[in-house]
Design a protein around this ligand. Sequence first.
Ligand code: HEC
Length: 197
Amino acid sequence: MASRTLFGMVPVMLALSACASSGASVASDADVAQKSAALADRFQADLQGQLQAAMQQGGPVGAIAVCHEVAPALAQSLSDESGAQVRRIALRQRNPAALAEGELRAKLETLAAAPLGPDGKPASLQWTSGTSKAARVHYLRAIPMKEQPCAACHGTNVAPQVQARIAELYPDDRATGFRPGELRGAIAISWPASVGQ
Ligand code: HEC
C-alpha cells in the first residue's frame, strides 16, 4: 500500500522539482488540499440536503434532532472512510465537542476575521503541526453564517420553542446570536502527515 502510493507520487514530484525545493511536501500539500476540499464539499452537501428536507417536514424544532444525530454521524463516516479526522469546530459552540482550543482556536480566529476569500467563497487554511511521525496536516474551511436556513437555530431571534428544544439537548449552548456573514464555525480535517508522500 505504502509503496504503491510512493510510486504514484514520483511523476508529480519530478514535475514539481524544477520550481520547488521540496517537491514531496508541495505535492503532498496539494494532495491534502484536494482531498480535504472534496471531503468538506460532501459533508456540507449531505448535511444541507438532510437539514433542508427536515426543515420542510418538521420545521426547525423537528430539524434540530436531525442536526443532533446526522452531523456527528456524517463526520464519523467520512473519517472512517478517508483515514482523516473530520469534524466541525467553532469559537462559540453548540456541541461541546466542537469547541476549538489551542492552535485550532488561533487559526479559527484568523478565519473569523475574513470568513470569505477574495473569490467570495468560504476561506480555507492549511498547515502542518507536530514533528516527524506525529506530524499532522490540518485543513480548515470557514462555514459562514447565513440568514436562510441558519438563523432559525443560530440567529439573533430564535423562536422560544426552538430555543427550548436546543436547551434540552445542549444545556451549555453558545451558538446563537450570529449574524449573516459572520463565521459560524469551520469544517476541520486533519491527516497523518505521511498521507500523499
Ligand atoms: C434546525 C436547527 C438548525 C439549523 C437550521 C442549523 N443548525 Fe447548525 N447546528 C444545529 C445543531 C442542533 C447543532 C449541533 C449538532 C451536533 O450535535 O453536532 C449545530 C451545529 C452547527 C455547527 C457545529 C459547531 C457547533 O457549534 O456545534 C455549525 C458550524 C453549524 N451548526 C452551522 C450551521 C449553518 C451554517 C447553518 C445554516 C446553513 C445551520 N447550522 C443551520 C442546529 C441547526
